[in-house]
Design a protein around this ligand. Structure first.
Ligand SMILES: [Zn+2]
Length: 351
């Protein structure tokens, strides 16, 4: 899923902060990085100073919290003991409800009694993930995977992959302040506009600051890899790729020289070139799939063909989810047909 960086994309720097370090990337916008114990080995957080103007004791606003894993907590402890200068986190702002972003929100809420800003869907989604934690796949989930070509043994493996990232100890904060698309919020003394995107997460929030032209992009627009856009068993008929491609135009109108701050990878200039690459990537992926679909095939068989490396690296559930996203999108635009066999097995063929 790596894309070659084109010349139109310019990295702000190729040196990320060390765990426990805070690097200023724009006025009152600081970059920290937490290491992750998964293949995607880090997540970026963004800090802003707050409170001087209101006469309160100064504190911090942070965008996203990180995964609830020991090495993320260690990096947080280093930040707290060092560059946060003994000042509390007063507000958290959430891009979306995936565990590498929301995992430590409850820990921070308990430690600092800070508030959480989030879109409603992502806040609810985080609660739902938390509620599912530690539970085995039920019959609907097993049926979904087997209909798409998995063996019983593979279903067990996928369940283990799913469980591996869900070890959070702290509950999701019990309260949130709702973010909505188009709303403007004052964060760190600057006005930010909320841009809601979909496809990677259902109500993902990115934040554009006109002053200094900065976009906190979250996972909606990443620098090097493409965000996971996948169909997972909890919503088997989803068409997230239509959602994703449908929400990208919301970023087209942003200024050409916008500095993009992604949750994974490095800050860069070249938003519009990157948007084109992301669109092209999904078109190419669909074309590649179609080239294997003269005969009906299961989604799992297709995923094995085009995501060979992911399959070997035990990332099978993402490979299947992304394959299904392209197949469902193909159905929506009328180039793919779904065939349902007598035993419920689903096969896809090109039209
Ligand atoms: Zn995510």
């Amino acid at each position: 899923m790596d894309l070659t960086t084109s010349r139109e994309i310019e990295l702000l720097t190729d040196v990320p902060p060390e765990p426990g370090e805070l690097v200023e990337v724009a006025s009152n916008l600081y970059w920290a990085r937490l290491p992750l114990p998964i293949r995607l080995n880090h997540v970026n957080l963004w800090f802003m100073r707050e409170g001087q103007e209101s006469g309160q004791r100064e504190g911090w606003l942070v965008v996203d919290a990180g995964l609830d894993a020991p090495r993320c907590r260690d990096a947080w402890e280093k930040l707290i003991a060092g560059p946060l200068e003994g000042r509390p986190v007063r507000r958290m702002v959430l891009t979306h409800g995936h565990p590498d972003h929301v995992g430590l929100a409850g820990w921070l809420a308990e430690r600092f009694d800070c508030t959480l800003h989030a879109t409603r869907t992502e806040w609810l989604f985080a609660h739902w993930r938390r509620e599912r934690q530690g539970r085995a796949f039920g019959r609907p989930m097993q049926r979904f995977l087997m209909a798409h070509g998995l063996s019983t043994e593979m279903v067990t493996r996928f369940a283990a992959q799913d469980a591996a990232i869900e070890r959070g100890e702290f509950p999701v904060p019990e309260q949130h302040i709702r973010l909505r698309h188009g709303a403007r919020h004052e964060f760190g003394g600057h006005e930010f506009q909320v841009i809601v995107g979909s496809g990677h997460a259902d109500e993902h929030a990115s934040f554009f600051r006109a002053q200094g032209r900065v976009l906190i992009a979250g996972d909606q627009i990443l620098q090097r890899i493409t965000p996971v856009v996948g169909v997972f068993g909890h919503e088997p008929k989803a068409d997230p790729l239509s959602d994703y491609l449908g929400s990208l135009p919301r970023f087209d109108a942003l200024p050409k020289d916008t500095l993009v701050l992604p949750s994974h990878g490095l800050p860069f200039h070249g938003l519009h070139a990157r948007l084109e690459q992301l669109r092209a990537h999904h078109e190419e992926r669909l074309a590649e799939l179609l080239s294997h679909m003269r005969e009906p095939r299961s989604a799992f068989a297709l995923a094995t063909l085009i995501f060979e490396r992911a399959m070997q690296e035990d990332q099978g559930r993402f490979a299947l989810a992304e394959t299904l996203a392209h197949l469902h999108y193909g159905e929506t635009i009328g180039v793919v047909e779904r065939l349902i066999q007598g035993d419920g097995a689903v096969r896809f063929v090109r039209l």
